[in-house]
Design a protein around this ligand. Sequence first.
Ligand SMILES: NC(=O)c1ccc[n+]([C@@H]2O[C@H](COP(=O)([O-])OP(=O)(O)OC[C@H]3O[C@@H](n4cnc5c(N)ncnc54)[C@H](OP(=O)(O)O)[C@@H]3O)[C@@H](O)[C@H]2O)c1
Length: 245
Amino acid sequence: MTEHSIRTALVTGADRGLGYEMTVRLLDEGFRVYAGKFNDEYSLLDRLAEEYPELRPVQLNVSVYEEIVNVEKIIREECGYLDLLVSNAAFMGGPQNDQVGGDVPIDFDLMRFSFNTNTAPAPVLVDVFLPLLLKSDYRRLHFTSSEISSVRLMKRTGSMRYAMTKSALNVGVRLMFNELRPLGFRFRLFQPGWMKRMMPDGTLDPRARLDPKQSAEMAVKLILEDRPDEDRLTLVDYLGHELSF
Ligand SMILES: NC(=O)c1ccc[n+]([C@@H]2O[C@H](COP(=O)([O-])OP(=O)(O)OC[C@H]3O[C@@H](n4cnc5c(N)ncnc54)[C@H](OP(=O)(O)O)[C@@H]3O)[C@@H](O)[C@H]2O)c1
């Protein structure tokens, strides 16, 4: 079976922010969404599930292999295929002034933790879900990156840890693109912009520029549209503009 009556997506890091808003947009577009829950402080997904019968919140810490495998088992048994994988979860905390020769030493443990959250899970997720993705003709993969990932645009100091995790993510996505594009996969590498942080009650911290809803609208639009140049991997921002990376 390759043409499915209902499109099915998995979104990681969906408790709040961009992942939550992408989940809402995909549900509105008629997708069944398996939405990764990670932080017990947030119950926005549970409330959303009362409104949308096609929403399935699933426990998913993307840094834990067993949890990825468990979600694959749930989707395989309930559905048998996956049309879209949205790899979005990230850790953005910790000091932002991390740089060589800085005021504080670079925190090696935090560096490893960040890679284990922002970088390593993306190819592991695709690897684990590949058999289910191959059961679909849709075959779409979205990765949330950042402008900070761009080696060419990078002019700042600090943010060593976070920037490195996103640049490495881009390389991983490029390698997956080389391998999976010939099998018909469509790739979306997305820069969502500087978004306001979502609080447990769904309100937004006013610091930052964008409502995550705005970025989610563009992210889902890019996922749904068929591009004429799918053989080119591009980093595209919340305005739909292509960035150098
Ligand atoms: N915010 C920005 O301005 C900005 C700019 C450029 C790119 N981005 C990227 O956009 C994406 C979404 O950002 P956002 O602003 O929506 O962030 P966010 O509000 O922090 O949402 C990210 C979600 O991922 C969760 N998460 C963290 N570690 C996880 C893990 N190991 N497994 C599963 N989930 C985990 C977070 O949980 P917690 O609630 O525990 O943190 C949170 O629910 C990220 O990839 C980020 O790097 C953000």
